[in-house]
Design a protein. Structure first.
Length: 68
């Protein structure tokens, strides 16, 4: 499942990710700032998920791969 949280300010990316994690076991979350990347990563790890962060195609974007 893809969660596109680019352009959203915190806590919106975290809320979107939390809702998606309730439904899916694998996610890709797109964010466009370090704060959102850190907060989404922290949420996923607190839920016991495996997290991988990659640079996106656009400068400053991050792709956060999350799996339970």
């Amino acid at each position: 499942m893809l969660v596109d949280a680019r352009g959203c300010s915190c806590p919106q990316p975290v809320i979107m990710t939390k809702k998606a994690l309730a439904k899916e076991s694998k996610l890709e979350v797109l964010v466009d700032n370090n704060t959102a990347m850190n907060n989404v990563t922290r949420l996923a790890k607190s839920q016991g998920c495996t997290v991988t962060v990659k640079d996106g195609e656009i400068f400053g974007d991050f792709i956060i791969e999350i799996s339970k």
